[in-house]
Design a binder for this molecule. Structure first.
Ligand code: FAQ
Length: 312
């Protein structure tokens, strides 16, 4: 088949809702766009371990510590599935990590905000995992097979993460006046960055049109953001916390909550590397990567030895 025929066959397959698999022909732009989105997703999971890792040594009880430890490890695991799935597109993990370290690849802006109090751990689980899951449920139907399958497993774990965060917030909201104030303060700081996680408005989103055509994305940034707002507002009401948005109001005609404007200047600043913790996050990742060099070398040597033995 020539390239035009390959493209037609590929598009027909996508239209039939069949999955594209690693050995299938795919347009170069499809491959590149997936590598971009999936690797940035993987980087987000791994960098996302840092704000929560910050509280591992200060969790208020042994039970809370055990739960948080498991959650942070899950996020590392999500990064691994996603790096593995991205490698099926013909790029190595080393190349992906280099792109992160050299500032050529992004990660979710939200992880550049500090976790200042224990309530932030509740807010991250409730809001950040809550936003991630809305997006990822939609991605379970993405057209690229390995990405879709990784999402199924990740969603199951994220669902537990969201609940554990909400349970922390519920406990604090029903605690002393100081605990409730701490929960409210965390909600105030994490709300708007959570809305930014869904990316720019549809009209400003550079990749959306093509990604929707190829069913890489199944719902738009604004659709998913609205879904998140609609499901989160009643949860805040239930635990007696106030969403920090004076313009938030249920719109009976639309059947959705209207909400106030997002500060896109802040988003751009953070994405450009100038958020409160960007430098710290990347520096920590670089240090951990360098400190892990000997592990990678030892594993490569072990693998080479094993292969030489089985070839002999
Ligand atoms: N932060 O054209 P679009 C998690 C960039 S996982 C930074 O709309 P697209 C688990 C975008 O990359 C959270 N940059 O882009 C966890 C592009 O720049 P580029 C991560 C952003 O890809 C929880 C440019 O703006 N989830 O939280 C952001 O079509 C708790 C134009 O934007 C995923 O990655 C942002 N928020 O749509 C872990 C889900 N938004 O690449 C630990 C998969 C946009 O051209 C603790 N990804 N940009 O240089 C997606 O669904 C999509 O990539 C979107 C963006 C929706 C994020």
């Amino acid at each position: 088949m020539d390239e035009a025929a390959e493209l037609l066959a590929f598009e027909a397959k996508v239209a039939r809702e069949e999955r594209i698999e690693p050995k299938d022909w795919m347009p170069d732009a499809y491959r590149k766009n997936l590598i971009r989105q999936m690797s940035q997703h993987a980087h987000s999971e791994v960098i996302g371990m840092q704000p929560e890792g910050n509280w591992l040594t200060r969790a208020p009880t042994l039970r809370r510590k055990a739960i948080l430890l498991a959650k942070v490890q899950d996020e590392g695991g999500h990064g691994l599935y996603l790096y593995g799935a991205t490698e099926t597109l013909g790029i190595t993990r080393e190349e992906l990590i280099d792109a992160l370290h050299e500032g050529r690849a992004k990660y979710a802006s939200i992880f550049n905000y500090p976790s200042l109090t224990w309530a932030d751990i509740g807010a991250i689980g409730w809001l950040v995992d809550g936003a991630a899951i809305v997006n990822q449920i939609s991605l379970q139907r993405t057209s690229y097979g390995p990405y879709a399958r990784a999402m199924v497993r990740i969603c199951k774990e994220e669902s537990f993460h969201q609940r554990q965060g909400y349970e922390i917030m519920l406990t604090l909201a029903r605690g002393s006046a100081e605990q409730k104030a701490m929960a409210q303060d965390a909600l105030n700081r994490w709300w708007w960055p959570s809305l930014m996680m869904f990316g720019p408005h549809d009209a400003e989103s550079a990749h959306s049109a093509q990604s929707m055509r190829w069913k890489i994305k199944r719902q738009s940034n604004d659709e998913l953001r609205q879904k998140f707002v609609d499901q989160t507002v009643p949860q805040a009401d239930f635990i007696g916390l106030a969403i920090p948005d004076p313009q938030l109001k249920f719109n009976a005609d639309r059947g959705h909550y209207d909400f106030g404007p997002i500060d896109w200047d802040e988003f751009q600043r953070v994405v450009a590397g100038n958020g409160p913790c960007n430098r710290e996050r990347l520096a920590n990742h670089l240090t951990a990567h360098r400190e892990g060099e000997w592990v990678r070398e030892a594993m490569a040597a072990h693998d080479a030895k094993r292969r030489a033995r089985s070839a002999a």
